[in-house]
Design a protein around this ligand. Sequence first.
Ligand code: HAM
Length: 437
Amino acid sequence: MIQLIRGFKDILPNEIELWKHIEQTAMMLFESFGFRQIRIPVLEKAELFQRSIGEHTDIVEKEMYTFPTSKGELITLRPEATASVVRSYIQQRLYAKDPIQKLYTIGPMFRKERPQKGRYRQFYQINAEAFGVSSPYMDAQLIFMLTVFFQRLSITGLKVHLNSLGCPACRPAFKRALSEMLMERSDALCSECIRRRGTNPLRVLDCKVPGCQEVVKNAPAITDYLCEDCARHFDEVKASLGRMDIPYEVSPRLVRGLDYYTRTAFEIQTDELGAQNAVAGGGRYDNLVEALGGPSQPAIGFAIGLDRLVDLALTKTRVPELPPDIFIAAMGEAARQKAFEWSCELGREGVKTEVDFSSRSLKALMKRANRLGAGHVLIVGDQELDQGTAILRNMRTKAQAQIEISGILSGIKGQLRAASDRQPYEDGQTNTPKPKT
Ligand code: HAM
């Protein structure tokens, strides 16, 4: 049998309700904060990621799925979405209409990382990117929106780690200080970090090798090197988070694995997922639009790791169940023909309908209706058809009613509506979506 590729996975129908619920929660919330959806391709030119994420990052050095086209051009399965959203903002001249664009996108990303729990080679992200606003209120509002998102999913125990990575004016001094310190401790660094020390010393702060982590504990803090403008921006982000009662922790060693960040960088972490503890991450990238050939426009965004979030949500988030409103149990060929017609009509009108076209016994059909959690079962046999009636059984109250076959569709819809009015869920939702009349 042909098996899945390592690091890739199937998401099965019984898991999908949770995925959908999470995605819909994000869409509704983000839209109420003025974000609009954008869909971007999964394949882009390799150069886009090399120039935005940075040549000397793990993603670009080792993790991209890159291959040549028949014309020899290198193309890459996107390892993240930010670069593509920026490319689209520039290429489609979204800024020309209004430089302030708030965009979100949901979809798969690809990184050739070593697979383990919470780390896949195809994984899913929800991204939100806000262009054209340099105000620290925007930074705080994005983090606020993220925390509301997790609250809506009843995900608790998360921590917001916050840092500022400065700007091209102040970061070089920090890099020099870090590089010098790393030089003195070369003996304790892994071979990769000895190389990184010269090419991209910030990446050493991310290294997971215990020896390097020990060294990094005594590294200078970037927050001590911020220029006046960056320091003020960072102070205002923190004050704004405070104003909205968002707890956060300043983590001066949080540098994130991508080179495009300036100023604010943040990560939402959990203690409940083991090593892969980041559920979301993001930050400002005020120079990226211009660096990729666009106008000088600031931007900030984040990505939520859906796979990890689903793992957390499994035990915490209550997904509204949507069992069939009605199950049609038909016995006999003439009854099955009617069941076919009614199920088509009910489905067309948005009534969640399940029907079994096989010639099984009533007992077997009722068992299946029960297993599916159907709210009602319409029981009809050839004999009932002759009499012009069928039986509608409310599976919760066990009450049965005779229902006339002439005008049966409006009869069913009336009964379902009456039952759903009587049985609201605790949160005010009803199980049965109101059929359109
Ligand atoms: P990132 O930190 O590389 O940032 O990824 C964001 C989130 O995606 C991580 O916190 C994690 O939850 C999830 N993630 C990353 N790699 C994997 C993996 N191999 N398997 C499962 N989940 C994973 C970015 O991608 C930036 N583009 C975020 C951003 C948007 N910054 C500004 N705008």
